[in-house]
Design a protein around this ligand. Sequence first.
Ligand SMILES: Nc1ncnc2c1ncn2[C@@H]1O[C@H](COP(=O)(O)OP(=O)(O)OP(=O)(O)O)[C@@H](O)[C@H]1O
Ligand SMILES: [Mg+2]
Length: 1078
Amino acid sequence: MAKMEAKTSLLDNMIGVGDMVLLEPLNEDSFINNLKKRFDHNEVYTYIGSVVISINPYRPLPIYSPEKVEEYRNRNFYELSPHIFALSDEAYRSLRDQDKDQCILITGESGAGKTEASKLVMSYVAAVCGKGAEVNQVKEQLLQSNPVLEAFGNAKTVRNDNSSRFGKYMDIEFDFKGDPLGGVISNYLLEKSRVVKQPRGERNFHIFYQILSGASEDFLCKLKLERDFSRYNYLGLDSARVNGVDDAANFRTVRNAMQIVGFMDHETQSVFEVVAAVLKLGNIEFKPESRVNGLDESKIKDKNELKEICELTGIDQSVLERAFSFRTVEAKQEKVSTTLNVAQAYYARDALAKNLYSRLFSWLVTRINESIKAQTKVRKKVMGVLDIYGFEIFEDNSFEQFIINYCNEKLQQIFIELTLKEEQEEYIREGIEWTHIEYFNNAIICDLIENNQTGILAMLDEECLRPGTVTDETFLEKLNQVCATHQHFESRMSKCLRFLNDTSLPHSCFRIQHYAGKVMYQVEGFVDKNNDLLYRDLSQAMWKASHSLIKALFPEGNPAKINLKRPPTAGSQFKASVTTLMKNLQTKNPNYIRCIKPNDKKAAHVFNDALVCHQIRYLGLLENVRVRRAGYAFRQAYEPCLERYKMLCKQTWPHWRGPARAGVEVLFNELEIPEEEFSFGRSKIFIRNPRTLFKLEDLRKQRLEDLATLIEKIYRGWKCRTRFLLMKKSQIVIASWYRRYAQQKKYQKIKSSAIIVQSYIRGWKARKLLRELKHQKRCNEAATTIAAYWRGTQVRREYRKFFRANAGRKIYEFTLQRIMQKYFLEMKNKMPSLSPIDKNWPARPYLFLDSTHKELKRIFHLWRCKKYRDQFTDQQKLIYEEKLEASELFKDKKALYPASVGQPFQGAYLEISKNPKYKKLKDAVDEKIIIAEVVNKINRANGKATSRIFLLTKNNVLLADQKSGNIKSEVPLGDVTKVSMSSQNDGFFAVHLKEGSGAAGKGDFLFSSDHLIEMATKLYRTTLSQTKQKLNIEISDEFLVQFRQDKVCVKFIQGSQKNGNIPTCKRKNNRLLEVAVP
Ligand SMILES: Nc1ncnc2c1ncn2[C@@H]1O[C@H](COP(=O)(O)OP(=O)(O)OP(=O)(O)O)[C@@H](O)[C@H]1O
Ligand SMILES: [Mg+2]
């Protein structure tokens, strides 16, 4: 996979051309068209050789993910499509592996994406360089320095919502392994005028808004601030809020970043105090106050704000107040104090605010540097990242633009120098003849600006230091004198000298023809801005502050170190720092990122040709391409070149065995490329024109298509063949399996047929043998029988004479005896069980034994019954006798009887002796109780039932109340004549009494009881044993009873199931009592 990837190239799937060097024809239109085409396809990066042109997409693109980082990691520059990561990787690897210090120069106009690009470079390098806790902390600190500096040094402008208002150069330092050690940041020319005044639609530095939006009430109170932006004169109001920017959240980010970078809490606090002081300074206002000498003196209108500032910063209020009203000028050991008028007071106030802020910013940079500086003293490798303002050409260009454009001239120069130097070095290294390249060298413009004697900056300084009245006009005059003849300098005067009247040039301006275009500068403000004056009284007031940070910011205020020499001018300071920067850059290997802004609206997908054209011009990009193409447009090491084009020649395809260079030579000869079109370097082939490269590319494409067809053809053939072979193989396997199966089947069939035939034959043989054996046996038996008969005949014939008279009888008896014997022996074995109810009896064997058999059965039954009875105890005997009696009385007569067979006869169901309720009853009865049971006595009058205790003793029947136990009636057994009951399944019975007896006064009793059978039996048995007379028991469904004088018929009828299974009794009339039995 990795190997395949390694063969990709920038030239693959190119949209337009990925490298402008290959642009054909090369002119401005084609250049812009190429950029536009790529931009429209989301390709925002394009190369000019090793320079990356980046067009701001103004929207997040998915090309910065960790996967992308991995994709570009350790790949050659031209291997993948152009990307800022490719450049970063190249720079980092060259730093790590070849020990070359690197610098990455990012230029472009405001909003072109420089700062974003610099962050991308840093994040890429952070992602690919070493890992580990310590290294990660260094990385984190380096990366987190960005938000801090952006908060203090960036602001919303009309061109960019996050415009860097300072130039930044950051050296990232690495050890020999390529692990980051630390860094150093340099800052250039903060646009401090913004602190006091912002153009329309722009804001002050972010930090002011961030504090007011994001700080807690508490914190604001400490800083003596109010949340309302409109309270502060220094905050332009028309665009205080920026779309998509959350100042409050950013404030938290900044504080967090400050913490990570290593700011102590008190330092952070001090920093914000200074910011607050600056903000509050803007609210100090002055009013004129006439003085005796007739001059106006300025006085502070409202001292409240001043008081708060002084409290915040620990400055003596009177000192500061005085500094806003007076100015001390020291000349020749004389101190002269002059009053300030209102305008001067405002100037002083603003100058203080600007100075305070810009010094704070520089202090921040120094403080960050302290934190991020490398901790070791080992030799370091350095990668510098320069994010600096690009050329600025506005309607009104002032001192700042002049300085910025000067810086860009210098950068262009170093670019030309280094690019050409590199180009030249490469040619020498590769042994290619160096031909002089025509290009524009801007050294002359640099000289115009920075020449120590005649340079514009020198003039300006001279003018500023000159005694007497110095104005911007005098400065212009001076310029006119000195530079008039310079070919890149123009002013109304110089033009006149050349007899060219240029009315487009106002009197107060001069024009410089920069390498990137002409820029007209307004001379107004040059002197002031260059002087950058802060009245000494103010710096001294600041130095006296008890706030340690503010004190440190104004060291020149220390009276002990008073220095009458003027501080260096802004111009000379900048020149010095640019010179240092250039020197620094010259020692490093440069890498360029040229940022282009596609439109003025900060809009995605919009490509404004005119705007881009303008930038291309002043960035000198065409110039870039020309320089790069001056000798040879394209170069490539032999190996990748041969690898890429080897298919174009028979000798080199598919493998070239010799050295790569020889291969390329053969290849180029074969392709008949004109000799002037290429040169062979030591390790690279140099191609003069892109045309040739494209021709090669076209041929390659064509050839690749042919090869693809060939590969496809071979692959298809191979695929078909393999498929065919596979199918053939499969067919053989299937056929062999089928044959085997068929043969198995056939064999099984033959085998089973053989077995059948065999079995038939065997069967036939066996049957034949059996028949023969049977025949033989029958023959033998027949012979024996015949012999036996014959012998018998002979014996009978012999013995007939002795036994003829009684032989028959004897045989008969003997036979009979034998039969009897056999019968009894068999009977013995077949005897049934001893259970009296076992009905089994063996079958009778002979008819003549019928009566014997029956008799034996009867005897056996009687015997086993006796045996069974013999086991009984006396008590059991009594019970069975009673049951027997019941059986004799009721079996097959009363339907209730079968149910009673299983119930044991208990007699005394009611345990009178144990129940204290019945004590009286018990005492009244002194005989043995045979029955004690609760019965229903049927009311003679209405047939309703009442419970009564029924007692049977040896001599009497007693009826007692169930509740009280009081005896109701007593009937001697001799008075009971009959007991009547139905044949049905009911418990009704009538006890008939002897007429005229004492108990019969009310007539017969009609009862109903569940234990009818037992009661009747016991009554019968007791009566029998007492009176020696059998009690008459009548079983009939209709009988008469005597109720007092009436004879009433009790009739049992089949009743309905209405009342369940309980028989109901009803008195129908005088004569009839009906019992319905269900
Ligand atoms: N590669 C990018 N991808 C997406 N958006 C980008 C990219 N580069 C820049 N931008 C957008 O453009 C805006 C301006 O970019 P940036 O601040 O880097 O410009 P600049 O060149 O540094 O401008 P200035 O000179 O004013 O500081 C960013 O805030 C961001 O919204
Ligand atoms: Mg920026």
